[in-house]
Design a binder for this molecule. Structure first.
Ligand code: DGJ
Length: 760
């Protein structure tokens, strides 16, 4: 047994995942196994595991086996991207050689130091392992946290302290996690405004697949999640390892395969020049890098992240499961900047009649903000637009029993604003005489300046104190380019990101129960850094249900449905111009935090009546939707999508079946309903709210009174009456499936599934 206090092999196990951490001989911590559960292992087994996974010496490399540390370093023979790079001003200190000086562990909230001799064969459940590392010669100390969470997610982060006597600049601090070489296909995401999180796949090859974000915000084109899995992995199949960098500023994700026969996935903050400069004694921390493993496809990865977010102290403003996420009316697409008390009051009245529970007043209520060219930064209610202040509207809304929500964009400023005129030095710029290119006519307010931070904080706080505001829609509409403190020219994205987190934390602490939505030109700030605090994210400014089908599907790879703002808009999409039926718009929105973004004064009585039934359905189903497990599947060469949510007990489920395209074959065969318990019997109800979609041919099982032997097509004209329900064994639904209707493109219907008897 090694007695070196720095030699540990720790085996953490939970939720079907094993993580084996090794610090043999005090060497940089490495992961011997991250993947499917290995079952109980003895100390001898763990020592054998080290021998088993240590690679042969490469014929053209160092004379020792390569060690893939969590902070990989060349001192261990690693010739890929290093975990930590930096230097002193004289050029020294460029090749850290970190070794372990101590190990502590926190299990179930109790922290202890592992004394010498103990822990060489420690096996435990979810736990946080805190490793102290140092390179005394270089004057660096590193605290490395490695945690296995109850959801089965792994997360790692590092904090570097300059223990030397001169300044040290950290250039890069990027942990990485090992992935077996059988994983050879990558999936991550691109996107743009109104088309966030579009999937992209490619084969993994030797070299580095690197995603860099320099927007100063997460980005509509963020990598989102970087997956590396066995070829052809899908929602329910394939072994997958994935990472996500939990940061809302500049950041990276990477996958790297070395010719020496190892590969890793990792990520971290992308530090701008000088942002990592540490005075003696100062420290800088990386964001958490999350890792998820699945032995059975993408759905398991998604569910681990959902479980993790549901474990937050408050989830959607309440301790989980606070599932009654209020039906929301947002007035942006109804009135844009045209604020008028009587119009907005009428909208509030109509919303209340429909069963809406939250009313959100969007951009345009403050300062000189009658369009997007001025007033941003002046967080006082406009007397011009609101001669009686906001109180009459707030009272109208709350008088109906609805919550009131208000839009802010606190990190931004129009040059044409009172704030910019009073404090031009608070605008981010590379120097006193240079201004970055404007974007949406705006610049970035420098919240790293304490007075600017306090000013914004106090302005928001005053409004939250004066009015009964339950909810903030927090927007962020431009990238941070040339983002520096104007007086010094020093890059300020790193500090700005942390300042924003502090602002959210402080406002939430001062106003318990306050919910904040993360919006950023639509969905350009969706990451686990902001989601440590956010109660909802706005997925995209595109509410076209066809586009949203893709965006919602992939946003939910990270974000559970209850946190995804999902609205029913007017029939003609404001961003794409497409026209869609209400039933398609609503069926696409219902798997999310439901809202309406539509000038209800223009809705017909029939539309309002249908909308009422959708809202009622959402309220009936939201507990299931927001505590359940997500499943996804495709049919007919991807033209028909099944998305479902199953209760953890598998006694309830709701599926949407969506034709996102026109399949080459019709019908698309049987719809197998993933996730059900094959040992139970279920009652299936096809749900079509409102008029039946045009162009459908329903199969016999779905038509009232149809005999599949003699009446396969149905008789007569017009839509047939649909059965109320069909009772089917779970095994049939799961393994055989129900014949699909012939579906017209851009239509959807729902299947409600309920178990007929108790658990077998
Ligand atoms: C961008 C957001 O995504 C929209 O929903 C809206 O709030 C506008 N900004 C307002 O300027």
């Amino acid at each position: 047994m090694p007695t070196d206090p720095t030699t540990r092999r720790l085996h953490l196990r939970v939720a079907g995942v094993s993580l084996v951490l090794d610090t043999t001989g005090g060497r940089v911590p490495a992961i011997l196994h991250w993947g499917a559960d290995l079952g109980p292992l003895t100390g001898t087994d763990l020592a054998t595991l080290l021998a088993a996974v240590t690679p042969a010496i490469s014929s053209n490399g160092p004379d020792v086996p390569l060690r893939t540390g969590i902070l990989p370093q060349s001192a261990d023979g690693w010739l890929g991207r290093p975990g930590l790079t930096g230097s002193r001003d004289d050029g020294s200190g460029t090749a850290p050689r970190l070794t372990v000086t101590g190990v502590r562990i926190t299990e179930q909230g109790t922290e202890r130091t592992l004394p010498a001799g103990e822990g060489t064969d420690l096996e435990t459940g979810p736990a946080l392992v805190m490793l102290d590392l140092a390179d005394e010669l270089l004057g660096l100390a590193v605290r490395l946290d490695v945690e296995l969470l109850p959801s089965g997610l792994v997360r790692v982060r590092a904090e570097v302290t300059n223990t030397g006597e001169t300044a040290y600049t950290v250039h890069q601090l990027t942990p990485a996690l090992p992935v077996p070489l059988d994983a050879d296909e990558l999936l991550d995401f691109g996107g743009r405004w109104t088309k966030e999180r579009t999937p992209q796949r490619r084969a993994m090859v030797t070299g580095t697949h690197l995603r860099e974000n320099r927007r100063g915000r997460t980005g509509a084109d963020a990598a989102h999640l970087l997956h590396l899995g066995t070829s052809g992995f899908d929602f329910a199949t394939g072994e997958i390892w994935a990472v996500h960098t939990a940061f809302s500023g500049n950041h990276t994700h990477h996958a790297e395969r070395l010719s020496a026969g190892v590969q890793v996935i990792g990520g971290g903050e992308l530090l701008l020049p000088g942002e990592g400069r540490l005075a003696p004694g100062a420290a800088i921390a990386s964001p958490w890098l999350y890792g998820a493993h699945s032995a059975a496809g993408l759905d398991t990865i998604a569910r681990r992240f959902h479980a993790h977010l549901r474990d937050r102290e408050t989830h959607g403003g309440l301790p989980y499961p606070g599932t009654d996420r209020p039906v929301t009316l947002n007035v942006w697409e109804a009135v844009y900047f045209d604020h008028d008390l009587s119009v907005l009051s009428e909208l509030a009245d109509r919303a209340a009649e429909l069963g809406v529970e939250r009313f959100v007043l969007d951009d345009g209520w403050f300062g000189s903000r009658r369009d997007d060219t001025s007033g941003l930064g002046d967080w006082t209610v406009s007397e011009e637009a609101w001669p009686g202040g906001l109180a009459p509207l707030v009272e109208r809304v709350t008088g109906h029993g609805m919550q009131f929500g208000l839009w802010f964009e606190p990190e931004m400023i129009n040059e044409d604003s009172d704030l910019a005129r009073a404090h031009p030095e608070w605008i981010m710029a590379p120097g006193p005489d240079r201004m970055p290119l404007p974007a949406r006519h705006q610049q970035v307010l420098n919240l790293t300046i304490p007075e600017a931070w306090q000013h914004v904080h106090d302005a928001i706080d005053a409004l939250l104190t004066e009015h009964d505001i339950a909810y903030i829609k927090w927007d962020h509409n431009r990238d941070l380019v040339e983002a520096a403190t104007r007086a010094t020219g020093a890059a300020a994205v790193h500090e700005q990101t942390l300042a924003v987190y502090r602002l959210w934390d402080s406002l939430k602490a001062a106003h318990p129960g306050l919910e904040i939505e993360s919006c950023s030109s639509g969905g350009a700030r969706v990451d686990l850094g902001i989601l440590e605090r956010a109660d909802r994210i706005w997925v995209s400014d595109c509410i076209d249900p066809l586009e949203r089908a893709t965006m919602n599907r992939w946003t939910s790879q990270l974000v559970p449905l209850e946190l995804m703002g999902s609205h029913i808009a007017s029939g003609g999409s404001h961003t794409t111009g497409r026209l869609h039926s209400l039933s398609f718009r609503a069926a696409s929105a219902i798997l999310g935090h439901l809202g309406i973004e539509w000038d209800l004064r223009r809705a017909t009585e029939e539309e309002l009546a249908e909308l009422r039934t959708w809202i009622a359905l959402y309220k009936e189903q939201r507990e299931l939707l927001f505590t359940g497990d997500l499943v996804r599947a495709d049919r007919g060469q991807d033209a028909v999508w099944i998305t479902g949510v199953l209760s953890p007990e598998r006694d309830r489920a709701l599926y949407t079946v969506t034709a996102v395209g026109t399949p080459d074959i019709a019908p698309v065969g049987a719809l197998r309903l993933p996730g059900l318990d094959p040992r139970r019997r279920y009652r299936v109800r096809p749900l079509v709210l409102g008029p039946q979609p045009t162009g459908y041919v329903w199969p016999a099982w779905a038509r009232e009174g149809a005999d599949p032997a003699t009446d396969a097509k149905g008789a007569g004209y017009g839509p047939p009456a649909l059965v109320d329900h069909l009772d089917v064994p779970g095994a049939v639904l799961l393994r055989t499936g129900l014949a699909a209707p012939v579906m017209a493109p851009e239509t959807a219907f729902l299947l409600e599934v309920t178990a007929l008897a108790d658990r077998p």
